[in-house]
Design a protein around this ligand. Structure first.
Ligand SMILES: [Zn+2]
Length: 403
């Protein structure tokens, strides 16, 4: 892997021109990335962050300004010395489609270059065979019309894995093996397409445009129908050998009557996935399982219902144990909680943090847990972030599990 984003990691890869596809990013890409991720920066700040001399930086930025990729922002007046004129880029200069596939629908967003969602679209899947799904993806991207131009690429994310960003190697809920999804959609749209595991894609969005910005090592834990993890280590998104690092959903936490679909007693999915919380609440309240909704369980606990409070605290304790395992293994600077069930970390915060502290090895170290407000469109935004990453790194061609 070779994707320098942190300045210290970047210094090894200093070329003065745009990289060839697949090679390490050169200085032009590094300058663009620094401004993309951190916002407007003065030449002095940029040179310091990237370890470049003033003249080198000027040599790099001059053609970028001339071509309109960068522009000079309003001067910032300083107490002493010349005013600093920051360099910035126009986020509307390019758009990216992000598509999240589930077993029965296509959720898509149009995002600008800084990952802000400008429009959303949703449509049902008529079937699960690859051609039908590729047709639906292409239709949903075309549905945004011509308002978002130029279109730099398409990212597709799903619960499944893709080692090379082109093939879906395996997807349980679509019942796919070795499907060339990127090719199928590129044939229809004529745009570069990248395919990714949905949790990895979400982690990429958090890394450049969310709670992980500027961090070298952080973890995203997602809570939903399943439990997943994405990892940034040493400033790089870690995809793993199969493109699906962080399958923590079936880590065993404590023996329990509660069982997951794989038959594990007391794994993370059995104890704290949204449907597990619904089942526990149904048992506690004597209601049929189908009548219990995750968000209602959280609201009931917040209102002070003792049975639902106990259910939420039990799930919160399991979550804290899981986070302790993650922190003990990876020692991240921060843990970001995301996914439809992330609010378990807010309503069950006390139980979660108690179990988290108890499970940590080092009592003097506290790892912040950052619960991100979550909407379902975040999944598709993650897919768009993968397309932005591919575009910025000129890395659309296949290169297995690598930046
Ligand atoms: Zn399990």
């Amino acid at each position: 892997m070779s994707e320098p984003v942190a300045p210290e990691a970047a210094s090894a890869a200093a070329g003065e021109t745009s990289p060839a596809p697949g090679s390490a990013p050169g200085s032009v890409t590094r300058v663009m990335l620094e401004i993309l991720i951190h916002g407007p920066l003065s030449r002095v700040e940029l040179a310091q962050r990237l370890g470049l001399s003033g003249p080198s930086l000027t040599r790099i930025t001059k053609p970028l300004i001339a071509s309109g990729r960068l522009f000079e922002g309003a001067p910032q007046v300083r107490a002493a010395g010349r005013p600093l004129q920051p360099l910035d880029l126009d986020p509307s200069s390019e758009y990216f489609a992000g598509v999240k596939l589930t077993g029965n629908a296509v959720y898509s967003v149009m995002a600008d270059l800084r990952g802000a969602v400008r429009a959303q679209h949703e449509e049902p899947l008529a079937g699960r065979d690859p051609e039908t799904v590729a047709d639906a993806v292409a239709r949903s991207v075309r549905a945004f019309g011509s308002a978002f131009r130029p279109l730099g690429g398409v990212g597709i994310s799903l619960g499944g894995n893709s080692a090379d960003g082109r093939f879906v190697d395996e997807s349980h809920f679509l019942e796919w093996r070795d499907v060339p999804l990127a090719d199928l959609v590129e044939q229809r749209l004529g745009l570069p397409v990248v395919v990714a595991n949905d949790v990895n894609a979400l982690t990429q969005a958090q890394r450049w445009f969310g709670g992980g910005r500027g961090l070298d090592t952080f973890v995203v834990v997602t809570i939903g129908a399943g439990v997943g993890m994405g990892l940034v280590a040493g400033g790089e998104l870690v995809a793993g050998a199969t493109g699906a690092v962080g399958s923590i959903g079936h880590q065993l936490l404590a023996w329990s009557e509660a069982v997951c679909w794989r038959g594990h007693h007391g794994c993370a999915s059995a104890l704290l996935a949204t449907d597990a919380v619904e089942r526990a609440a149904a048992r506690a309240s004597g209601l049929p399982v189908g009548d219990v909704v995750f968000d209602d369980v959280l609201r009931g606990a917040e209102r002070g219902d003792p049975e639902l409070r106990a259910v939420v605290d039990e799930a919160g304790t399991a979550l804290g144990l899981l986070l302790a395992n993650v922190a003990n293994t990876l020692d991240p600077q921060k843990i970001v909680l995301a996914g439809e069930g992330a609010r378990l970390g807010v309503v069950g915060e006390h139980a979660m943090l108690t179990a988290f502290a108890e499970g940590r090895v080092w009592r003097s170290v506290s790892t912040p847990v950052d619960v991100q407000p979550f909407e379902f469109s975040e999944w598709a935004r993650g897919a768009a972030a993968m397309a932005i990453r591919a575009r910025m790194l000129h890395d659309v061609p296949a290169r297995p599990a690598s930046d």
